[in-house]
Design a binder for this molecule. Structure first.
Ligand code: NAD
Length: 262
């Protein structure tokens, strides 16, 4: 059960994949939702209205581009003014680019650092004052197994996700006595568009077929040999927002089929 203070959650990157599953799961707990992300406007409106109807909560959408710091600050201010508070912040949006480091395009590096790391800082910075004033808050980051260990050809992503892990620990110490927890979920391979889209680049970078990438690169890292589901990640996010999780803070929690145990 969510804490009674958990009334409104802002979930970044929630038009697709893990973020959408987290938004649905929080809505299923009776929490109002601000969605964020890119996509086809009509499709997003369908998702927004669908969640509102299915779970009987208020759902709004903000298309802020998380590479734009001012847009993040404006999104947080707007969400807080329309729903009163932001009790739960889920820093989930993320992108990937797979390339040898010597060919890694600077724009991709900058985008990955901005979306996967700096956006979490900017959104956290913006929500914390009101959470402190209310003496309650939950911040959940979608990090990655790549916050804990590395893979080749993902230098920007691994750097950004390790950054999220460190950010999580540092901010947890600052907020520990304020009733606010911050944790990261570190999933292994979850079957989402982000994973599907990196298959062609990985095929090129490693000279493999699509089936070989799935079996020999992705699931080879994961002892269970199974993809994680978005609903499993979402269930952990819901738990981290509960009262039972009030003493979990500063943790980077693996959900990776045993990957980082090796
Ligand atoms: P996805 O591509 O399905 O979803 C990414 C979301 O981020 C989308 O809603 C997209 O519109 C949004 N987004 C991208 N760029 C944005 C920007 N500039 N501004 C605002 N929104 C933006 O990917 P996913 O697999 O669901 O990934 C979600 C998170 O989970 C990411 O942080 C990713 O790194 C992390 N993750 C994914 C996996 C996996 O295997 N899929 C594993 C570990 C961690």
């Amino acid at each position: 059960m969510p804490h009674p203070h958990a009334r409104h959650a802002l979930v970044t990157g929630s038009t697709s994949g893990i973020g959408l599953a987290i938004a649905r799961a929080l809505a299923g707990q009776g929490i109002d939702i601000t969605l964020n992300g890119f996509g086809d406007a009509a499709q997003i409106e369908g998702v927004r209205a669908g969640i509102a109807t299915e779970y009987g909560v208020r759902v709004r959408f903000d298309g802020a581009d998380l590479r734009d710091g001012a847009a993040i600050t404006a999104m947080v201010a707007q969400a807080a003014s329309e729903f009163g508070t932001i009790d739960v912040l889920v820093n989930n949006a993320g992108i990937q680019h797979v390339s040898p480091v010597e060919e890694f395009p600077l724009e991709k590096w900058n985008d990955i650092l901005a979306i996967n790391l700096s956006a979490a800082f900017l959104a956290t910075r913006a929500v914390v004052p009101a959470m402190k004033a209310r003496r309650w808050g939950r911040i959940v980051n979608t990090a990655s197994a790549h916050a804990l260990v590395a893979s080749p050809f993902k230098s920007a992503y691994v750097a950004a996700k390790h950054g999220v892990a460190g950010f999580t620990k540092s901010v947890a110490l600052e907020l520990a006595t304020h009733g606010i927890t911050i944790n990261s979920i570190c999933p292994g391979y979850v079957w989402t568009p982000l994973v599907e889209q990196q298959i062609p680049d990985t095929m090129r970078a490693r000279g493999l077929t699509a089936e070989q990438v799935k079996r020999d690169v992705m699931l080879a890292a994961q002892p269970t040999r199974e993809f994680i589901t978005v609903d499993q990640v979402a269930a952990l996010a819901v738990f981290l927002c509960s009262d039972a999780a009030s003493q979990i803070t500063g943790s980077n929690i693996a959900m990776d089929g045993g990957w980082t145990a090796q």
